[in-house]
Write a protein that binds this ligand. Sequence first.
Ligand code: NAP
Ligand code: G4F
Length: 330
Amino acid sequence: MKRALITGITGQDGRYLSESLAAKGYQVFGMIRGQANPKARMVQDENPRLELVDGDLRDMASLIAVLEQVQPDEVYNLGAISFVQLSFRQPELTAEITGLGVLRMLDAVRIVGGMENNPMRFYQASSSEMFGKVREVPQSETTPFHPRSPYGVAKMFGHNITVNYREAYGIHASSGILFNHESERRGHEFVTRKITSSLARIKLGLQDTISLGNLESQRDWGHAADYVEAMWAMLQQDEPDDYVVATGETHSIREFLDVAFRCAGYDSWEPYVSHDVRFDRPAEVDLLIGDPSKAKAKLGWEPKVSFEELVRRMYESDLIEEDKAARGMR
Ligand code: NAP
Ligand code: G4F
């Protein structure tokens, strides 16, 4: 039985990946941080065979101890401060966790796995935010980076140090440059889930309007359950490499609002949406659209969930969730 360690187990991707690996017959270990982490119970309920181990990406000794205990075949490094807006308010902490955390995990793999014939394969959760002020359209593995946030800069360090440990120490370390992926489990701080959960509350008569920032930016949005399959596929290759994972389509926040409000039976979203400068960013990423042809050719990976289906699934799930919450059942 293969053994996998996932950091960021309580996040959107960690939850999908742990279920997917368990279904493939892996013994899955999830690294959890903090004392009495309130999300530990949730992930354990979702995946009863999951084993939780204590560790924090800020604490090198804890990472070494986790690897010594688990002896994983595959390490998926998904833990991070992942919210771009927060990274502008807490840039140092973002650099510490999202950037230096990758170096610590790689060094722990190097030390525990050994220099020669290191058996531990490593996946780094790189991001399309690294492309930032994009130099070409669409963005591929060879597009130069120009990050626009402390988060993007930290991810760029994490990406480059992963390449460096692959080249310097021969570690089987791959990076997935993932474009935005969302789901019914997406954090409420991100714009898609903020829209679908607020819309559900509007539909239920619990809220009147949604306050948003910039509606013009465009994102390449897919479903997280599809994207975790690409992570796994990368670690099954004979050679480590970097891959763009995307749909190849882009849509603005306005288009997301169009589709979501249509799902809920409204002709127009304009009466329900107001602008709040607090959600504008000091520097914006205007346009992301990925070219996933390498992932398709080498990994056989393709997204399955369309943009319209993604929006509909998120809205319908939130309608049920918000209704339960209003009745005191959540
Ligand atoms: P997410 O839902 O925000 O989850 C982030 C995870 O990181 C949580 O489990 C969190 O744990 C953990 N974490 C935070 N600080 C940590 C620390 N000091 N030590 C260990 N773990 C820590 O993110 P996601 O959407 O699942 O994304 C997974 C990864 O892919 C992230 O690295 C993200 O930056 C990257 N990524 C995401 C996307 C996307 O569109 N979703 C696209 C490209 C790349 P707690 O519950 O304890 O806070
Ligand atoms: O949903 P967002 O916060 O996601 P963003 O910044 O694209 O980052 C996500 O995708 C990255 C991959 O490209 C990941 F690496 C990262 O971890 C994260 O998962 O914002 C999307 C867009 C932005 O242009 C933002 O300015 O929506 C705009 N927006 C407009 N109003 C808003 C809001 N974003 C949020 N979060 N909240 C708003 O009220």
